[in-house]
Design a protein around this ligand. Structure first.
Ligand SMILES: *Cc1c(COP(=O)(O)O)cnc(C)c1O
Length: 231
């Protein structure tokens, strides 16, 4: 085994251990939670190693990096998740490789993704990103806007509504943020029973996210190591 493969295998084993413990503590089966490996800033060769180790879900947050990486890994049976802020002019490119978009936060983006998906002959599973914590500048749609945005995504040809995504604010316990995300998700499911995904939890807070019902955790650092400091 190469050095990098051994490193990623050890990291993956540690993350799997944390996930198993978090699921056990929450009384949830491990299969309820999908591990999305966020490979941003890391090369396609790492994606290949992770795929070799059994990881099937890959997350990226910048189209410029994600598009060539997805192309370089097109021979692998992977599901690609776009998790970052998305400009409408990137929708067409993202629709070419992504299966999921976790960061749907405004009407114009829903329209752009729908159009791009139809043009590509693909279906994009959309998660509504919910703003958690104080501050208008934080990413995501205000919780009050989620039902309307969700209805729009659900009724847009080319898109399916998958559920919600949230990022807990830095500092302090993530529990209140993930608790309110769980409430938004529950209300959404009342209108859209199929929209059951809750994308929550990163390297630092996956345990809390799993406790509050996360179905998808997005793990970068704990799997791949420290990123260069520019993102
Ligand atoms: C980078 C990123 C992650 C992974 O974060 P880590 O703390 O490195 O695990 C998860 N979600 C989004 C939206 C990200 O941009």
């Amino acid at each position: 085994m190469g050095d990098r493969k051994a490193e990623l295998a050890a990291n993956l084993a540690a993350v799997e251990e944390r996930l198993a413990a978090a699921c056990a503590a929450a009384g949830r089966p491990r299969e309820d939670v999908t591990l999305v490996a966020v490979t941003k800033t890391f090369p396609a060769s790492d994606v290949r190693i992770l795929a070799d180790l059994g990881v099937r879900h890959i997350g990226e947050n910048r189209d410029q990096d994600a598009a060539p990486k997805a192309e370089a890994c097109a021979d692998l049976d992977l599901t690609w998740h776009f998790v970052g802020a998305l400009q409408t002019n990137k929708a067409r490119s993202v629709a070419g490789y992504a299966d999921w978009v976790h960061s749907v936060d405004r009407d114009r983006l829903v329209a752009a993704l729908g159009k791009a998906a139809r043009r590509a002959g693909r279906t994009l599973r959309c998660l509504i990103e919910v703003r958690l914590g104080e501050g208008e500048e934080r990413a995501g749609a205000a919780p009050a806007d989620v039902p309307r945005l969700a209805d729009l995504a659900a009724s847009t040809e080319g898109l399916t509504l998958g559920g919600v995504m949230g990022i807990a604010p830095l500092g302090g316990s993530p529990d209140p943020a993930f608790a309110s995300l769980a409430e938004v998700a529950e209300r959404l499911r009342a209108d859209h029973p199929g929209a059951s995904a809750i994308s929550a939890g990163m390297s630092a807070d996956l345990e809390s996210a799993v406790r509050y019902g996360a179905t998808h955790v997005r793990i970068g650092t704990a799997l791949l190591g420290i990123r260069p400091p520019n993102r």
